[in-house]
Design a protein around this ligand. Structure first.
Ligand SMILES: [Zn+2]
Ligand SMILES: [Zn+2]
Length: 453
């Protein structure tokens, strides 16, 4: 068995892993690097030029896993494309949004190769999707050979799966992005651990972060609700920058409970586009025997309103109110970016970060600012002074590192392959796995190098 990490930059980015198992050629995920642009943002698919892929598997619909799927699928017209039932519904919506974002970037940032695919291609691609049920073994037959594929519920976001591949005596488990803790809208990952696994590809996102005592998820939710309640009752407004897929609906569900239990004073809730559409999809999936638990009624009960159009830098928007706005990392020109420029100068406001924020992202500048710091909102040509209450809450959608370590030890595979993490995160896992009872081989694969496992 061989694996090749096609994510040219390493770390977390354009996630895509090429697996050779028996005669089968399988690609797991085809992402786009959130910080790169154009072809450089894609996995190095050129390494597959002489390969005919049999199967492409999507673990979930975040763009660092899904963003370049139409490109690799176009280059491998004979490959089957498998994903969970939820992802088969959500992926086309996410990809159509990418087409729109890339078309805008083509003009604004002068990237002539954008969009890398079109709405028409997304529609045609959808026809090739095979939705695979979670918890059953599915088989792919090629030339009389059989590849067994099993999906495990991975928590993280709706539709996310871990993937087990078996051929003859060889097997490989890919964790994908995984969260074991329950969220409001989604149960945590399956605790079923497959036996006799040769190789485990393990995500290591939180390897560099330890959870502080007193910061359990429930305690963090309580602290978030308290912060929102205090801000609103003192006449300020709250901005929650969120990812549109999963995190926005999770936060709306937490707010819903906060209002129902009268913990948060009555006030309007505003949200932005894609997340509202996805909320409708979640409602549909929740009715279809999915582990997902999100109903449209929440939007009605909250009387959610579309974001006001007239948001201007330095001009505090209507309040007191709660703004749940994408993007989670305040990418330039997104609603959360524009709202931050409008709200950050007002000491009665709060900006609450509830998810991952890359140190190079604009959101990180806001997050790490001290009162009185000056922050440039470059694309708005506006310099603000940070005066709002800025807080971070540890509500990560990735498992704690100790949980992942226990998971690897319980699986006891012959080889552990580290993935989806920065160098310090992988370093922690490497050290801890060596120090553990496992006698697994541990590999931190060099990008673009074929590794025997
Ligand atoms: Zn993810
Ligand atoms: Zn990811």
């Amino acid at each position: 068995m061989y694996i090749t990490d096609l994510n040219r930059a390493g770390g977390i980015g354009a996630n895509s892993l090429f697996v050779e198992i028996g005669p089968f050629r399988v690609l797991v995920d085809a992402g786009m690097h959130p910080k790169a642009v154009g072809r450089e943002a894609m996995p190095r698919f050129e390494l597959l030029d002489d390969v005919a892929l049999d199967l492409i598997i999507l673990t979930h619909c975040h763009l660092d896993h899904l963003g370049s799927l139409p490109v690799v699928a176009r280059e491998h017209p004979g490959a089957e494309i498998w994903m969970s039932r939820e992802s088969a519904v959500l992926a086309p919506r996410m990809m159509r949004n990418s087409v729109r974002v890339m078309s805008r970037q083509r003009e604004e940032a002068d990237i002539p190769e954008y969009p890398l695919f079109t709405d028409g291609e997304v529609k045609a691609l959808e026809e090739r999707f095979t939705p695979i049920p979670i918890g059953h073994t599915s088989q792919l037959h090629v030339n009389g050979q059989v590849l067994e594929v099993e999906f495990y519920h991975a928590g993280h976001v709706p539709g996310a799966v871990s993937v087990l591949l078996r051929h003859g005596k060889e097997s490989i488990m890919l964790s994908g992005d995984v969260l074991f803790t329950d969220q409001h809208i989604l149960p945590g990952a399956s605790r079923d651990i497959p036996k006799n696994v040769n190789a485990l590809v393990l995500e290591t996102t939180r390897g560099g972060t330890s959870r502080e005592p007193g910061q359990s998820r429930d305690e963090e939710i309580e602290r978030l609700v308290d912060t929102i309640a205090d801000t609103i009752s003192q006449g300020g407004s709250v901005l929650l920058p969120v990812f549109a897929l999963g995190r926005m609906q999770e936060i709306l569900s937490i707010l819903h409970e906060g209002f129902q239990e009268k913990l948060i004073p009555e006030c309007p809730v505003y949200t932005s586009g894609l997340g509202m559409d996805l909320a409708n999809y979640f409602d549909y999936l929740s009715k279809k025997n999915s582990p997902l638990r999100f109903r449209k009624r929440i939007l009605k009960d909250l009387n959610v309103r579309r974001m006001p159009r007239d948001i201007f830098p330095g001009k505090n928007p209507p309040g007191p109110a709660i703004y749940v706005a994408s993007s989670g990392m305040m990418v330039a020109n997104t609603p959360s970016y524009r709202l931050a420029a409008a709200m950050i100068g007002e000491p009665s406001n709060a900006i609450c970060f509830v998810g991952y924020c890359d140190p190079d992202a604009h959101g990180y500048k806001v997050l790490s600012s001290k009162p009185g710091d000056s922050i440039l909102f470059e694309t708005l040509d506006y310099r603000a002074t940070s005066r709002a209450n800025i807080e971070r809450f540890d509500l990560s959608s990735h498992a704690d590192r100790e949980e992942l370590l226990d998971y690897a030890i319980a699986m006891n595979p012959g080889t552990v392959i580290l993935s989806h993490g920065d160098p310090d995160a992988r370093g922690w896992f490497e050290e801890e796995l060596y120090a553990s009872v496992l006698d697994s081989r541990i590999i931190d694969p060099e990008p673009l190098k074929r590794v025997h496992c």
